[in-house]
Write a protein that binds this ligand. Structure first.
Ligand code: PMP
Length: 367
């Protein structure tokens, strides 16, 4: 095997924080020293300076262009990760006594429901738990409550490697809320179907510490209860995500990643690349008599490819030998075991080719 796959950067299959586009990392290095010729580094600028005003405005405008986000939606850059959104969403928008419907597709939806129950009723409209979350319930599987305030789904399930192919269709008068942490901006999206979409940046968009929230303007006026100021969507919208000191560096990197996606041709082009990358790995799994995918075929995620080898010992060897070959981060989530290759937007196709080659070699030696 030699050192065939070892380069000066390790191939990083980590599930998040995850690989970022190399041109963005290079730019960020320069920006640490001097942001856009301002003579001050990005970490040192006041968040209320002109330079940062421009940076925020450009980042928001680029997000709108990339994902076709119209004016009646607000784009917020918040802190606290998606885990804070699990609570902020129902705290702001689920009135006491009202019901929100959740599609239960893994441990992230479970955590989201735990928070929602603090504020209102939660109805599980569909659940793949009896089948170990190995599939995404179909549109016709969902049994919605009478008049849910919203319908929440996790568009990509990072741990089990499943992904919605199409959005659920909420009942009339209800709107969609989406935890899009692990597939945000990985394919075209019709944001008009959504009331709220949120995503921690650390998989597809940038570093940990900034959370993207896209929220329909009219929902901002519906504060369901009195909340601490920092937990109110309305205040962050009113103050342009600068009620307090925002995570400027994270927003800067997010902005560069969005630019990089635009320069590559936008979400259509990105989706085509993501499909090609995932196909390489799934084809290798399907062609092998040794590896076995864990998600049902119609529910497979393009972002997190989860699979197993015939024994946990072989899996442990696979992961450690891959690591020694410069293929890092392939260990599955501790709650499910096996292997997981995370292939977010910035993950290079060459990394998938290297993985497939390693899988073939491993199977030939150990199968
Ligand atoms: N939802 C999903 C689908 C995730 O993958 C994660 C993180 N892995 C989270 C929520 C939690 O995000 P955070 O760590 O930003 O709170």
């Amino acid at each position: 095997m030699g050192d065939r796959f070892v380069s000066d950067r390790i191939v990083n299959f980590a599930p998040g924080p995850a690989a970022l586009p190399e041109p963005v990392l290079r730019e960020a290095q320069e920006a640490l020293w001097d942001l856009n010729g301002s003579g001050i580094g990005v970490l040192e600028h006041s968040h209320r300076s002109r330079v940062i005003d421009d940076l925020f405005a450009r980042t928001e405008a680029d997000c709108r262009t990339l994902a076709g986000i119209p004016d009646e939606y607000r784009i917020l850059f918040l802190q606290g990760g998606a885990s804070t959104q699990f609570a902020m969403l129902p705290a702001n928008l689920l009135p006491e006594g009202a019901t929100a419907d959740y599609l239960h597709t893994g441990s992230w939806s479970k955590k989201a429901m735990v928070e929602a129950r603090r504020y209102g009723n939660v109805h599980i409209a569909a659940s793949s738990e009896p089948e170990k979350f190995s599939y995404i319930p179909s549109r016709s599987d969902a049994q919605y409550s009478e008049r849910p305030t919203y319908v929440h789904f996790t568009s990509n399930n990072t741990i089990v490697g499943t992904q919605f192919r199409e959005e659920p269709v909420p009942p009339d008068g209800s709107w969609l809320a989406c935890d899009a942490c692990s597939d945000v901006f990985s394919r075209p999206i019709d944001i008009r179907r959504y009331g709220v979409l949120y995503a921690g940046a650390q998989k597809n968009l940038g570093p940990a510490g900034v959370t993207l929230v896209v929220i329909r303007q009219d929902l901002l006026e519906r504060a369901a209860r009195d909340l601490p100021t920092m937990l109110r969507y309305g205040i962050h919208a009113e103050q342009g995500s600068r009620y307090n000191t925002p995570p400027v560096f994270g927003i800067y990197v997010l902005g560069r990643v969005i630019r990089w996606l635009l320069d590559r041709g936008g979400l259509e082009a990105t989706a085509a690349v993501n499909q090609a990358k995932a196909r390489l790995v799934y084809d290798a799994i399907d062609a092998s008599g040794f590896f076995r995918g864990t998600a049902r075929e119609d529910s497979r995620s393009l972002m997190n490819v989860t699979y197993r080898a015939p024994s946990v010992e072989l899996e442990a060897d696979f992961v450690s030998e891959a690591e020694a070959q410069g293929l890092s981060g392939l260990k599955g989530h501790r709650s499910v075991g096996g292997m997981r290759a995370s292939l977010y937007n910035a993950f290079p196709e060459s990394g998938c080719e290297a993985l497939v080659q390693f899988m073939k070699d491993f199977e030939a030696r150990r199968g």
